[in-house]
Design a protein around this ligand. Structure first.
Ligand code: BES
Ligand code: ZN
Ligand code: ZN
Length: 492
């Protein structure tokens, strides 16, 4: 398990900066004027910081410069960073990320004295901690395994900053949980071990129920079961309930695609890049991370997380192209391509969720289509909605936390691409608008009047080069956005 660094907050008075070991981070203003802590150590450093700001360090927001083995200091490194004169949340995150990027291993002490707003300092610290994520569960050499570091923040406003940072702690835990799940290979994260990891959320007060194949058969979840029938691991639906509101509040439902590995099934994927399909449970990973965050911060809201866990394998028992399956809703689906499996998992998970919990709204997340990556690349997730109010709230929440997203259209002509000669619909609608026809497939399983968002995270769940807040690999995209949505929609 990867745990976010804990931060110890220390009072500025009585802390001797020249004696701090490890890395010391101090700040300068946009015009290059040294902040209070930077001025304090500049003399001991023989004016090195003054020389840096007079030279090429212009104090541009989001910059960080590392100076090694500075004279007069116990620290091995001093980092001079800048957040800008009138920073917003974006500038704060950029600065935290820049600091993390130049940070060597070992302990770090930050001195944000002079930076006005506690909320922005907290946001900067959050970005730094997220960017420092280092997944090493499968490394065996000691150096690679050693990623423990103590983070201290020296501040004149101890209580204010501690309070501002508190909610970020729970959020970081949730994001790290998601990233760990998404980074794990499919021989380790099977449907069974995934369910076990979710069961462990009970310790935090989440109610967790695991439905196995016997229960799913009884419920008629034949579309979901058909996807997993070629696998040796049992298909499951796991329900996580967080009942944090004392009011009678219909829950918000989060539903995730949890394909622990997607070979494509009999419509086998090509070998090149197939290993990336360990991340095809990314939607379920985000739902799990949000549930963990809500429990850790004791959110005053009722939220139900539902994940469909299956493995899409070829084999003698696997479903075939041309098979017709009956979904839990009762609609029949002609399976043209067994690689379009996510929608088969979600149609039953969505139907079950609406029948069982009568939610106030449903949001599903899935690494659903390659076409989404073609449309928006790895920069933004695409979202689809039948409800402008919910979509607007989500868009604002995502903007605020920096989980970039773009609203995509729905519409009858796209739904019409799914017409089948033999069944009620088929599971693919051809190449044009592949993400939209996938969304329309899901739309058919949303009850009339139910506010719904489908978020296709195929491009953003895991990335091959580092982003602002994540190293290569799993990003945890969406955990912060959904946590924020719960705050704005349900907790006020
Ligand atoms: N899991 C994939 C989608 C995917 C692709 C996720 C790339 C992340 C990165 C999904 O199950 C799939 O295979 N979709 C097919 C659908 C097609 C057969 C209609 C696709 O996108 O090619
Ligand atoms: Zn697939
Ligand atoms: Zn898939």
């Amino acid at each position: 398990m990867t745990t976010p660094a804990t931060i110890e907050f220390l009072p500025a008075r009585g802390t001797d900066l020249e004696a701090v070991e490890g890395t010391l981070v101090v700040f300068a203003a946009a015009d290059g004027v040294l902040g209070p802590a930077a001025s304090e150590i500049d003399e001991a450093m023989g004016g090195a910081l003054t020389r840096a700001v007079g030279d090429d360090f212009k104090g541009k927001p989001g910059t960080a410069r590392s100076i090694s083995y500075p004279g007069g200091m116990a620290a091995k490194r001093v980092i001079l960073a800048a957040i800008g004169d009138d920073p917003d949340r974006t500038a704060a995150r950029k600065t935290g990320s820049a600091i993390a990027k130049v940070l060597a291993k070992g302990d770090v002490t930050l001195c944000p004295a002079g930076l006005a707003d506690d909320k922005l300092v907290a946001e900067m610290l959050w970005a730094m901690i997220l960017r420092l994520y280092d997944f090493n569960d499968f490394k065996t050499d000691d150096e690679a395994k050693d990623n423990a570091r103590a983070v201290a923040v020296v501040t004149p406003r101890l209580a204010g900053l501690q309070k501002a940072f508190a909610p970020f702690r729970a959020l970081a835990e949730g994001v790290f949980f998601t990233r760990d799940l998404v980074n794990k290979p499919a021989n380790v994260l099977t449907t069974n071990s995934f369910a076990k990891e979710l069961k462990a959320l009970e310790k935090l007060g989440v109610e967790v129920e695991v439905l196995g194949e016997r229960e799913l058969k009884k419920l008629g979840a034949r579309a979901l079961l058909a996807v997993g029938q070629g696998s040796a691991s049992e298909s499951k639906i796991v329900v996580m309930k967080w009942i944090g509101s004392k009011r009678k509040q219909a829950p918000l439902a989060l539903v995730g695609k949890g394909v622990v590995f997607d070979t494509g099934g009999i419509s086998l994927k090509p070998a090149g890049g197939m290993e990336d399909m360990t991340m095809d449970m990314g939607g379920a990973g985000v739902v799990s991370g949000v549930m963990k965050t809500l429990a850790l911060r004791q959110a005053k809201a009722n939220v139900i997380g539902v994940v469909g866990l299956v493995e899409n394998m070829p084999g003698g028992k696997a479903q075939r192209p041309g098979d017709i399956v009956e979904s839990m809703k009762g609609d029949t689906v002609e399976v043209i391509n067994t690689d379009a499996e996510g929608r088969l998992v979600l149609c039953d998970a969505l139907w079950y969720t609406q029948q069982e919990f009568e939610p106030q709204g449903v949001i599903d997340l899935a690494t659903l289509t390659g076409a989404m990556v073609i449309a928006l690349g790895h920069h933004r997730a695409g979202y689809f909605s039948n409800d402008d109010k919910l979509a607007g709230q989500f868009g604002e929440a995502a903007d605020l936390v920096g989980d970039d997203a773009w609203r995509m259209p729905l519409g009858k002509p796209y739904a019409d691409q799914l017409k089948s000669r033999l069944a009620d619909l088929k599971n693919v609608g051809g190449r044009p608008a592949g993400s939209i026809t996938a969304a329309e497939f899901l739309h058919r399983f949303i009850q009339d009047g139910m506010p719904w968002i489908h978020i296709d995270i195929a491009g953003v769940a895991s990335v091959s080069s580092a982003t602002e807040l994540a190293p290569k690999g799993a990003t945890g995209w969406g955990v912060a956005a959904l946590d924020q949505l719960v705050r704005t929609r349900m907790e006020r």
